[in-house]
Structure formats: C-alpha cells, structure tokens
Design a protein around this ligand. Sequence first.
Ligand code: PLP
Length: 466
Amino acid sequence: MGQFIKGLKNSLESKSLEHHLHPYTNPEVVADIGPQIIQSGDGVRVTDLEGKTYIEGMSGLWCASLGFKEPELVEAAVSQMKELPFYHSFTGKTSEPTIRLAEKLIEISPNNLQQVFFCNSGSEANDTAIKIVWYYQAAKGQAQKRKIISRKGSYHGVTLAAASLTALSYAQEGFSLPLDFALHTTWPHYFQNSYDNESEEDFAKRLASDLENLITLEGAENIGAFIAEPLMGAGGVILPPKEYFELIQPILKKHDILMIADEVICGFGRTGNMWGSETFNVCPDIITCAKGLSSAYIPISAVLMSKDIADEVEKQAVRLGQFGHGYTYSGHPVAAAVALKTLEIMEERSIIDHVKGLENLFLERVSGLKEFDCVGDIRAIGLIGAAEFIKPGTKRTKLDPKHKFSTRVVKAIQENGVIIRALPIDAIAFCPPLIIPSLTSHLAEPTEVQPDKSLPLNNRRWPFFS
Ligand code: PLP
C-alpha cells in the first residue's frame, strides 16, 4: 500500500482507496498521493474536501457544460422525482419527458434524423449504434455487413464493442480487445501523421485513399458502418484536416457504409454549433450523444437514426416479434427531464452564441502557449482546445514518455487553481464549461509557484493565467 494510505488510516480518502476501484487510475500513484475528493461545485468552479477551489477547465470529463450549480437543472430533477421518479419504456410503455426529449432531439438534429433510442452513457450509445447497424443490415438481407471502421486514436468508450472501436491501447490492453468486427483506419492527426511538406488537403486525400484501400481489402460487402468523432476528443483534441469529411463521405456512400457521428463530446455546443457534425460538414446516418445532453447532471445518452434505418429496424422488429434491445433505464424520466431542461436553458440563454462570442479569445489564449518552445502545436475551436508538447528545437519529435511531461504540466496548473487534463499524445486539453463568462474574470489568481527544477515551465507565467 502507498504512503498516503499508511499515513491516514480510516480517513475518507483511505476508505476510497480500499473499497473503490477508480476508473482510469493508476492504483499505485493514487495510493501514494491519495485521491482528491471534490465536495462541491458552483459555476465553473469546484471545491475539494480540503477547501481548495479550482476552475474546472475540463467541465469534469468534457461534460458539465452548464457548470456545477445550475438551480434549474436541480429543480427539473426534483419536480420529476416527485411526479414520477422512474418508469421504463419497454413493451410500449413510457413517460412524458422521454417522449418530449425524443421530439426535441429530432427537432434540433442535423440531416433529417427520425428516431431516438435512449441509453445511459456514451459507451452504451455506441454499443447500441453498432447493434442497430447490425440489425439494420440484417433486415436488408446483408447480415454479413458487420465490420465497423473507426480511426486510430479515436475514443468511443469502454463497453466491449465501444472499447473495440476506441483505438487507444490503454483502453484495450489487458482485456484481449479489440473484438474482431473492429477495423481501424489511419490516424487523422495532421501535425503528427502528415509527411514533410504534405498540405492538409493532401493529407486528407491520403486518409480518404487509405480508407478506400481498407474497404477494398476487407470487402465492402463485409462493412456495415464507419464511426468518427467530428473532432477527436480524448485522443488529443484533433480537428479533422480540411476537406476530410467532404472526401470520405462519398466513399462511404459509394460502398453502402453507414456514417455514425460520435457526438458524445462535440454535441450540444462544444464546437460552436449545436453539433460537431454541423461544424465539420458531417452528414450522419446515426448520431450518438451523451455528456452535454444533461450537462452531465444525470446519466443519459441517445442514439439518433435516419428514417431509412428507423423504418428497417421497425420492419425487422415486427418480423422478429420485438426490437430485442433496451436498458432498464432507457429514457429514465428524471434523466429525460434534466436533459430537456438543459436544452431549454441552452436556447433561452443563447449558449451557442455565447460560445461563438468567446471562440476567438479562447483560440488566442490557447495560441499564446506557442510561446513555449516545448509546445509544437495548438488546436482550438468553440470552447475545446489543446496544446501538444514536443522536444524543444524539433518540428514534432515527441518527448521521451518517461518524463510524463503533460502530467507534470497538468499538476503544476492544478496547483495554480485550474483543473485541466493530460492526453495520451503528450498534450493538455482545455474544455471549460460553456457558461464561462469570459476567459479572464473567472480565473483564480495564480498562487506562488514553487520552484520545481524538474519542470522547465515552473518560473514562467502561462498566458492562460494572464
Ligand atoms: N465517445 C466519446 C467521443 C467520448 O469522449 C466518450 C467519453 O469520454 C465516450 C464515447 C464514452 O462515454 P462514457 O464515458 O459516457 O461511456
């Protein structure tokens, strides 16, 4: 057991280490430094058990878009709890908020989508989307169209199918994944994966041709769908290269392959439009969404599908006697009421206009990090951004992973009152609640930075704090 647990026996922290298996956590590290227990939240800030307050620069996990104390969301949950705390949607039953939310999602959806299926997390939504693709393809007499293509570096969740499409080793190692339906095409990261002197447009063309080659190799008759985050989030906040979706979608169409947009991070205003699909010209047959749908106040996710898919699913369900898929909590009325209120608040308070209004300043602030010679690339759109680290003096040579550079930068920034996130490609991400009023007034005064000889940035003020 680590130092921390030895020192503080019987504390809440040591109980957490003994009895709570923390997701995405190195048990040895957390046993040494102890878990951080967040006790309360207000606006863009959260406060931990020791009373230290932070700007939550990641909206938690890219999700608490309306901040951490929105009374109208609390009220929506409480009044629905009093009226009907639970009902399900099996065997034709359902509840009013569930129907109203489905109607609202279709009203705001891009590309004329028709029907919604509710789940509880982004992973479940992606697993459901895959099952719907299989069901749909079987209904059309092409049951062998089962393979699903995702991109290397993408994140689609952790359930068995979603984790197979998540093409990041940390989500697959130790689990004997991916399952064999999953195919992975080229990493669409221009900064790291382009050839010297290759333009962004040429890079996008190469990605499109790699995709087509993979389809030819595997046989279009075996491929049911392609899944992509409009902007890759957890894999590095990677924006698609120019023309990317314009080039690949005709290829998918030509081979009768469905397009799934994983909007779990991008959806609900994050990129400056309601959907990342609008920002990056994606025309999805299926959308999966979660996180910002309820501002993360309560678990809920959704799969939106086209009329063609909805019709085939219905016909197949009639043939088989039922649509044999559903979660106890699909369309939970309390979650649906909170999600409806989230969407109402977004409209009433013009949250997307607010994001658009801040977007240039946000980009300017993230761009300011370029002043550091260890920052090779910066990316930002809407209110999501990243800075990627490289070996100083090189164009894009990565730092030795043993330095865990981004983890140490995140730690230093957190010591100065802002929570951000280290990403696996040695980058740091910024994803503040969409309600952040400006990028200066809500930032904490930086505390004295303690000299840390291992961190070359320690005696320099980050532009993000100015
Ligand atoms: N898809 C994307 C793009 C995500 O970023 C995530 C989570 O971060 C997921 C799916 C999985 O969502 P969840 O953690 O709710 O299962």
